[in-house]
Design a protein around this ligand. Structure first.
Ligand SMILES: Cn1ncc2ncnc(NCCc3cnc(NC(=O)Nc4cccc(C(F)(F)F)c4)s3)c21
Length: 273
């Protein structure tokens, strides 16, 4: 008999609620599974768009990778189903929504809030890398907040198993480390770079290498042209952590377990995460 997990879902199993957001490939809705009354998020993707963008293999990889992941800071993908024209992802519902909207609202986060987020993301990445998975697309748009305000990494559409590395370009350029911009081989150190970019953006409200032109952003990334503005005030300990993560040579980036022992994290992160 089918377990709950690989039941063949159909759209009529769900009551569809308010739209939660719209992405490049489709919309996300609040939904309730009728039998269990379980609240989920349902992402609706159009097959035509997936075919036209030739990303079906990425979607299959995302579902495969996500089916083995269980971590409090990783958004669950419970399953998927499809009909004639659409593919549906059954996702854990993140009740406090998208982190990037919260960052836009607050302009930048406090050092305690930032350290708490960075520590929980580091623990999630340690778990992921332990399973030979790299996310490769860590940025505010892919972070959601659970009902207790805890961070959830979402959208593994660009993640890969580290043995079959791809050189495809991911979303925004701001988060790409030098080795991905220079299209050389890359490994799980790419996520450490992106976490450093995220830490900077949480504290200053902007990513460190932002520029008007893509070509200028490329140049600043490969040069690691890291500058810390005088405002808002950020402690030397925070700058020290960021400087140890945004290192061109990926092998010299601060390992994630060392990040969790860094004085700035120890003194500022809320242990509950
Ligand atoms: C906004 N919002 N507010 C609350 C809330 N709660 C849960 N979820 C939300 N939003 C959805 C977050 C996502 C999680 N996993 C995703 N996965 C994906 O979108 N995969 C995907 C898509 C298109 C193409 C490909 C492909 F083929 F390229 F791989 C892969 S999107 C919520």
């Amino acid at each position: 008999p089918h377990s709950q997990e690989d039941k063949r879902w159909v759209l009529s199993d769900f009551d569809i609620g308010k739209p939660l957001g719209r992405g490049k490939f489709g919309h996300v809705y609040l939904a309730r599974e009728k039998r269990s009354n379980h609240i989920v998020a349902l992402k609706v993707l159009f097959k035509s768009q997936l075919k036209q963008s030739q990303v079906e293999h990425q979607l299959r990889r995302e579902v495969e990778i996500q089916s083995h992941l269980r971590h409090p800071n990783i958004l669950r993908l419970y399953g998927y189903f499809y009909d004639q024209t659409r593919v549906y992802l059954i996702l854990e519902y993140a009740a406090k929504g998208e982190l990037y909207k919260e960052l836009q609202r607050c302009k930048h986060f406090s050092e305690r809030r930032t350290a708490t987020y960075i520590a929980s993301l580091a623990r999630a990445l340690i778990y992921l890398h332990g399973k030979h998975v790299i996310h490769r697309d860590i940025k505010p748009e892919n972070l959601l907040m659970g009902s207790q305000g805890e961070l959830k990494i979402a959208d593994f559409g660009w993640s890969v198993h580290t043995f079959n590395r791809r050189r495809t370009m991911c979303g925004t350029l701001d988060y790409l480390p030098p080795e991905m911009v220079e299209k050389t081989e890359h490994d799980n150190h790419v996520d450490i770079w992106s976490l450093g970019i995220l830490c900077y953006e949480f504290l200053y409200g902007l990513p460190p290498f932002e520029a008007k032109e893509h070509s200028e952003t490329y140049r600043r990334i490969v040069k690691v042209d890291l500058k810390f503005p005088p405002k808002p005030f950020v402690s030397p300990a925070a700058k020290d952590l960021i400087s140890q993560m945004l290192v061109k040579n990926s092998a010299h980036r601060l390992p994630l377990h060392k990040l969790l022992e860094h004085p700035w994290i120890v003194q500022n992160a809320d242990p509950s995460g």
